[in-house]
Design a protein. Structure first.
Length: 432
């Protein structure tokens, strides 16, 4: 099916902040086939009138735990250890596939309605998560976040290794790449070298990406140096963890040596400003990492530490936070922040997406520029980075298919999802 989007202003995210007024964007077979200021020749089955709105590449949420929508606002106001051990872990022990599916669908709906077309999700019960992703139509790099606490390690029986192998076989490359299954280590402090080596070898042998939490808190960062004599990033590097395409969530306490390693190996750190601020973890050195030539991406982290999945809000936090922290209004420009949420994110996840250009995946969103907070529009990039809300999104197209339009979800039965969360998942997890 051929689709033509017209009557809109397109932000191409081509590295030069090119804005194309009166844009025509054609889509066929899940790909963008034409971008220009005149109508391409040919017949189109579907015409989408942008009604003067802003067309952007879909937002890429490079680090989240989608099903944690269930824990929105649960156990807030405690320190990290108390919160994890007395609130989050006991609830997580009660998950079943049905509850995971309901809470994942709720999170996906929230992300789709606020302009996200691609996510990197690390969680458990990943077969259930993958089924919801497949149905919702969004793109995802999934992983199971391997941990190792047992004193003995046998990859043939270790739960996370077995799950890694099974999920890779079942889901990696699903539907032409809609789902990629990455290799993953939850973090340095929740595992040991045997698991790092096995996971690195598995990723290399199967052509997978890698997803790890790195240097989120000072405590974790300093404990790793005390234990292994190196930072978490450098410790994991000794086991080949970064020899494949990789994303490192948080990187708040990373050092100049870490940034050089990121640049050399092509590791993409994922900035999660809201989660880091809420949990008091600190402020990631984003301008310094960018200056070191590192591809910095953006993510929301899970709802339990955010407490929403709105990438437009995350984008604004990223765009203003570093100016304030660095006493420099030019520390991070609006276009740089928007690139983190689009082109950089797509690159971090190994996808030809995040730009409006021919041959790129047709992951596109349309913002309604008639909203009060977007009037007038001197600079579309500035309006998106500083003035927009996720609720300004009126259309979400993933892989060439419209999955959300004017408040309607076209792939998710939202009434059923809300019912499942309220009547099944919440009672299961928290007691009726
Ligand atoms: Zn996380």
């Amino acid at each position: 099916m051929a689709t033509l989007i017209h009557n809109c202003t397109a932000l191409l995210m081509d590295g030069a902040n090119t804005v194309l007024p009166n844009a025509f964007v054609a889509v066929e077979g899940g790909k963008i086939t034409w971008v220009g200021d005149r109508r391409p020749v040919g017949f189109f089955d579907e015409m989408i009138d942008g009604e003067g709105g802003l067309l952007l590449p879909g937002l890429v949420n490079c680090h989240t735990h989608t099903a944690m929508t269930a824990m929105r606002g649960y156990g807030d106001g405690h320190d990290l250890q108390d919160w994890l051990h007395n609130y989050i872990f006991p609830v997580e022990a009660r998950w079943d596939d049905r509850a995971i599916r309901a809470c994942t669908a709720l999170g996906l709906a929230e992300m789709i309605a606020s302009g996200t077309t691609c996510i990197a999700d690390m969680y458990m019960h990943m077969d259930a998560v993958a089924q919801e992703i497949a149905a919702a139509g969004i793109n995802a790099n999934l992983c199971c976040g391997g941990v190792l606490f047992d004193p003995v390690f046998d990859p043939k029986t270790h739960h996370d290794c077995v799950e890694q192998e099974e999920m890779t076989r079942r889901w990696h490359g699903y539907n032409g790449g809609q789902i990629l299954f990455d290799a993953s280590i939850h973090a340095e402090y929740t595992s040991r070298p045997e698991l790092w080596k096995w996971t690195a070898d598995f990723a290399r042998a199967n052509g997978l990406g890698m997803h790890v939490h790195v240097s989120e808190t000072r405590k974790e960062h300093e404990a790793c140096i005390a234990k292994y004599g190196k930072t978490p990033l450098q410790t994991l590097d000794q086991y080949g963890v970064w020899d494949v395409r990789a994303i490192a969530a948080h990187c708040v306490w990373t050092t100049p040596e870490d940034w050089a390693l990121m640049a050399e190996k092509g590791i993409s750190p994922v900035h999660n400003p809201v989660s880091n601020l809420k949990l008091g973890s600190g402020i990631a050195p984003v301008p310094a990492m960018r200056k070191a030539g590192v591809n910095v991406a953006l993510g929301t982290d899970g709802v339990s530490s955010n407490n929403n999945l709105d990438m437009v809000e995350e984008l604004k936090f990223a765009a203003v936070l570093h100016n304030g922290a660095g006493h420099d209004p030019l520390a991070l420009l609006s276009g740089d922040a928007l690139a983190m949420a689009t082109a950089n994110g797509a690159r971090a996840l190994g996808r030809k997406s995040g730009r409006i250009a021919a041959d790129y995946d047709a992951d596109l969103i349309l913002l309604d520029s008639r909203r009060l907070n977007l009037i007038p529009c001197h600079d579309p990039v500035s309006n998106v980075a500083y003035a927009a809300h996720g609720s300004d999104v009126r259309m979400n197209m993933a892989r060439g298919k419209v999955i959300y339009k004017d408040g309607d979800f076209l792939t998710i039965d939202i009434a059923r999802v809300k019912r499942e969360v309220a009547e099944y998942a919440v009672p299961l997890l928290f007691g009726a």
